[in-house]
Design a binder for this molecule. Structure first.
Ligand code: SF4
Length: 231
């Protein structure tokens, strides 16, 4: 039987979705959390839902095949968006192919061009977006609520798994047999771009393999941070 936390989250999410107007977008970044969030939202019967992913052009080679498996399992199309090719060329000219590791400024610029800029276009005109964020994932996500207003992108943001512990996630995945990213079997515990993600060692935090050369308080790509975008 599913935990009380999961049951309450499912009820709360269904209630929120029922009262929302406008098209919904669910962000899918091939994490275990995304499979649970998508399953939970589909179960709630949400209509007018776009499931999308951001192909930063720096993803792992395992992703395309996993993407096809996910679409077959869930019976949904996961729409792929890519960054502007002109912006990517200018970025690579400026920082090089691996320059995102050279400084925080370079890394943030790369995340902005490959992730933030496309996301801003995707979310324009949407009523709300849905993520797989959990408060237990990292210090930067400790204050994640189920429902919030996303000032950065100017719309409602729903995080159905906000209160889930690692055990809740594992339980939900096992209960419904949700297909998981093959990178987990290689020691990765959080999935991102190839240059910025590594497997973690015994006892390390689950997001320790993301931007591992940076301080923990910087380890976000900017999609889920509070500050407004600079013009
Ligand atoms: S995670 Fe790394 S490669 Fe991906 S967009 Fe951010 S800096 Fe660039």
């Amino acid at each position: 039987m599913l935990s009380e936390t999961i049951r309450k989250s499912a009820e709360e999410t269904a209630r929120i979705l029922k009262n929302l107007r406008g098209p919904l977008s669910l962000a899918f970044s091939y994490q275990a959390e995304d499979t649970a969030a998508l399953h939970l939202v589909l179960q709630s019967g949400a209509g007018d839902l776009e499931v999308f992913t951001l192909d930063t052009l720096k993803l792992f080679p395992e992703i395309p095949s996993y993407h096809r498996d996910l679409e077959a399992f869930f019976g949904v199309h996961i729409r792929t968006y890519r960054p502007d090719s002109g912006e990517v060329s200018a970025l690579e000219e400026k920082i090089g192919e691996w320059g995102m590791r050279a400084s925080l400024e370079n890394r943030r610029l790369c995340c902005r061009i490959r992730k933030l800029n496309p996301l801003e276009k995707i979310l324009a005109g949407k009523g709300a977006w849905i993520t797989g964020l959990r408060a237990a994932q990292s210090p930067t996500r400790m204050a994640t609520p189920v429902l919030e207003y996303d000032e950065k992108f100017g719309l409602i943001k729903i995080n159905p798994l906000a209160a889930w512990e690692d055990e809740d996630l594992a339980e939900y995945i096992a209960q419904y047999g949700l297909p998981q990213n093959p990178l987990y079997a290689q020691g990765f515990t959080s999935i991102g771009c190839t240059p910025c993600t590594r497997p973690v060692g015994e006892g390390e935090d689950i997001r320790a393999g993301r931007w591992w050369w940076e301080n923990p308080e910087h380890k976000e790509c900017g999609l889920h941070t509070k500050e407004r975008r600079q013009a």
